[in-house]
Design a protein around this ligand. Sequence first.
Ligand SMILES: Cc1cc2nc3c(=O)[nH]c(=O)nc-3n(C[C@H](O)[C@H](O)[C@H](O)COP(=O)(O)O)c2cc1C
Length: 244
Amino acid sequence: MGNSLSDAFQEIVLKRRSNRYYDQTVQVPDEVIQRSLERSILSPNSSNMQLWEFYWIKSRDQLNRFTPLCLNQQTARTASHMVAFVTRRDLWKKRMNWHKENIQQEIQNNEPDKYQKRMLGYYTKLVPFAYTNDVLGVMGLVRTIISNAIGLFRPMTRMGGVSDTKIVVHKSCALAAQTFMLSIAAEGYETCPMEGFDQVRARKALGLPRSADICMIISVGKGTEKGIWGERKRVSYDEVVKVI
Ligand SMILES: Cc1cc2nc3c(=O)[nH]c(=O)nc-3n(C[C@H](O)[C@H](O)[C@H](O)COP(=O)(O)O)c2cc1C
């Protein structure tokens, strides 16, 4: 194949399978989870807003508490750890200010360069425009009208209401989840992403506001043969890859 990095990556991708039954005699070391979460944080994310949080469900008590919330799935019941990947669209102002402070620190007493000016404009004007949402959905409507009006004349990012903001944060969070799963595979352990959980109860159990969503809960453990539900099946390359 390609080079050794490509071969290693191929191996990791092929190794990662959703495992639904872990060997409960094997405890996945904490360092493996921590390293994998550190890698997750490096995932690409929209406007580098990092509107995510990762709740490491680590103690036996917490694992027992979250297992029924994951509908008693075997992968949750036998897991050594679980991690809830959470979207936090409500934290946009905090992240915006973090960016502003970073840029201002870079500038200090100097004149901002072109790039710094652009970044300041981005985080002080565009980000509030994109992330502000109100209960009545007025801002969503404003965004829809403005972006569609501009879109009549030139290519434009189409923006909308809360659902669009949710999609934005879920996309980034899912990428972090994928980094985590590939990392765990590289470390020699297995995972299973779950959307089969009670969003309302799990959110409450994590003490999160209603604006926070759990994107996925990922179980981690030492996988077993029994935990693999058959061969990996995918529709053909030609069915999903369209070369234009
Ligand atoms: C967003 C998402 C949610 C999933 N939820 C569940 C789940 O609740 N329970 C489960 O057993 N598998 C779940 N899966 C795993 C898929 O069934 C699995 O990825 C798919 O069948 C392909 O198999 P593979 O992961 O072994 O390649 C989920 C996967 C994703 C990406």
